[in-house]
Ligand binder design. Structure first.
Ligand SMILES: [Zn+2]
Length: 138
């Protein structure tokens, strides 16, 4: 099994497109409202585009109108890493893939969304790959 944490920057550049590399490996942010999964409502599982680990499910995706795919919970807490991000003069919580440590987005708490957690995992579409499949019983 590949140890994704040992992949070098130059290897990531070969594996990813320039836009994917910028977001996943340089903690970039795609522009709002343009990502392919912003408004997706299909049943399925969203995996890390860099390493393929399943991260989020459509059952936890909700319509936040913020311009990026939003989830109120990851598929499982150990799939992701959350760490403090003090870039851009703000204190935010960055969300990374636990398997390959690629940047996914940020998580925001207490915004008043009508979801079970009142968390908004604001994730770049380009960090994800959706596999459409029925989720009955998962
Ligand atoms: Zn990953």
């Amino acid at each position: 099994m590949t140890d994704f944490k040992l992949i070098t920057d130059s290897q990531w550049r070969e594996r990813l497109s320039a836009a994917e590399y910028h977001v996943l490996r340089e903690a970039g942010t795609e522009p709002p409202h343009v990502g392919e999964y912003t408004n997706t409502t299909s049943d399925g599982v969203y995996s890390c585009r860099a390493c393929g680990t399943e991260l989020f499910r459509s059952t936890e995706k909700f319509e936040s109108h913020c311009g990026w795919p939003s989830f109120f919970s990851p598929l499982a807490g150990d799939k992701i890493i959350e760490r403090e991000d003090r870039s851009l003069g703000m204190v935010r919580t960055e969300v990374l893939c636990a398997t390959c440590e690629s940047h996914l987005g940020h998580v925001f708490a207490g915004e008043g969304y009508d979801t079970p957690t009142d968390l908004r995992y604001c994730i770049n579409s380009i960090s994800l790959t959706l596999e459409e499949r029925p989720l009955d019983g998962e």
